[in-house]
Design a protein around this ligand. Structure first.
Ligand code: FAD
Length: 385
């Protein structure tokens, strides 16, 4: 248990991990301040701009239960009982994730989820500071400098310890690296993604089966679609960066339309705003981040994407980040010594994160190349029998 007089922690980033961790710690009596570079999404709307919905699995749901966040989150979640594979000839087939609906995953809206977690964090007593982008840290004198991007005003604060929940491009990680190398390396995937949308049908219903994660596997590339509770689907096209087809050859909306006509013909009529979506959303890059160390003694620690960003093909980045939050809160509760708690957290979670990162890379091959392979399907049937 934490018996130190100063039980304050400063979290950088009020995204998914930052907000959940703030809730868990504030409920345990910690004094928590959270600094977020964006504005408050509850006031000005969510500005996420990428991966609009996410697959929530049992690992993440279990972590949400620890903060009593599962009720409000699940009220907006859409169940996905399996992969709906769309073959080139227009046929489709549901491949269940488990034997029945006790083994399913859930599609959740990133913005709604973030807002739910921010409300819970604030209710638990955490102080949220928006429009505060971390710029630099002076670990000698224990000050962190933030900037308000609206006014360009700097803000300096003192801290006892910093927790980096500021995502894959973590500014805290960069500051820690400057103080003492973390052994950072990033491996970029030679594929990127683009998001499109399937709107509701004219009668307001879903246009395709809602309770599935839709996949159009096409060998070296693929499309997927996840349902949203407002009856839309977010479609993600994954393409190589080079070769044909790739983001180098499919550049304009007309190129994209031609690709869909040829390879995703049944999906094309479902995406009436294809041209606008294509022009509006730039391709997103995909990478795996590896670090040798996640913490600097008791001064700072990283979690979530800031520590172990991964490619999205296992749908586990957020789930893994949520598990980190539960693990870190437990380690902090068990020890009075921040350095020991951070070290125990790293020892516990780093091997898990590395395993999930590897599975995520492997699952890309399975999703784009094997889920429509008759031998693979037979193998799955045999495994299930
Ligand atoms: P983030 O969600 O990135 O939050 C970081 C927060 O820090 C943000 O609010 C940001 O504004 C803030 N911030 C950044 N820099 C600063 C700064 N300098 N100062 C202050 N604040 C800062 N995961 C799943 O589990 N299931 C999925 O289905 C899934 N699908 C995905 C699909 C795609 C296309 C992508 C790209 C990712 C997907 N993921 C999925 C991964 C998931 O999005 C991440 O793992 C998750 O968002 C990590 O949460 P986080 O809180 O660590 O980081």
């Amino acid at each position: 248990m934490n018996t130190s007089n100063d039980n304050s922690l400063t979290i950088v980033g009020a995204g998914l991990a930052g907000a959940l961790l703030a809730t868990l710690l504030a409920r345990r009596g910690w004094t928590i301040d959270v600094y977020e570079k964006r504005g408050d999404p509850r006031v000005k709307g969510y500005e996420g701009g990428r991966s609009i919905n996410l697959a929530l699995a049992e690992r993440g749901l279990n972590a949400l239960r620890q903060a009593d966040a599962d009720g409000p989150v699940m009220a907006q979640a859409v169940m996905m009982r399996g992969r709906m594979v769309h073959f080139l000839d227009g046929q489709s087939q549901l491949q269940r994730y488990g034997r029945d609906d006790s083994e399913v995953i859930w599609s959740v809206h990133r913005g709604d989820l973030n807002i739910t977690l921010l409300d819970l964090a604030e209710r638990a007593g955490a102080k949220l500071h928006f429009d505060r982008r971390l710029e630099s840290v002076d670990f000698e004198v224990r000050t962190a400098r933030f900037r308000d991007d609206r006014t360009d005003q700097p803000h300096e604060i003192g801290f006892r310890a910093l927790v980096g929940a500021d995502g894959a491009g973590s500014a805290l990680r960069a500051a820690m690296n400057r103080r003492s190398g973390l052994g950072e390396r990033t491996e970029f995937l030679d594929h990127s993604y683009k998001e499109l949308e399937i709107p509701p049908a004219p009668d307001g219903s879903f246009r395709i089966e809602p309770n599935a994660l839709h996949i159009w596997p096409r060998g070296h590339y693929m499309c997927i679609a996840l349902p949203n509770d407002e009856k839309t689907f977010t479609v993600t096209l994954f393409l190589p960066n080079e070769g044909d087809p790739s983001f180098a050859t499919v550049k304009t909306a007309a190129d994209a339309r031609a690709l869909f006509e040829r390879d995703f013909a049944d999906a094309l009529p479902l995406i009436p705003q294809l041209d606008e979506d294509w022009q509006r959303n730039p391709p997103g890059t995909l990478a795996t981040l590896y670090l040798d160390r996640w913490h600097l003694g008791g001064d700072a620690v990283l979690l979530g994407d800031a520590a172990h960003a991964m490619v999205p093909f296992h749908g586990q980045g957020m789930n893994c980040a949520f598990e980190d939050c539960v693990a870190l809160a437990r380690k902090l509760e068990a020890s009075d010594d921040l350095a020991a708690a951070f070290a125990a957290f790293e020892a516990d979670r780093k091997p898990n994160a590395a395993a999930i990162q590897q599975m995520a890379l492997e699952n890309y091959l399975e999703m784009r190349d094997r889920v429509d392979d008759p031998d693979f399907l037979l193998q799955r049937e045999l495994e299930r029998a």
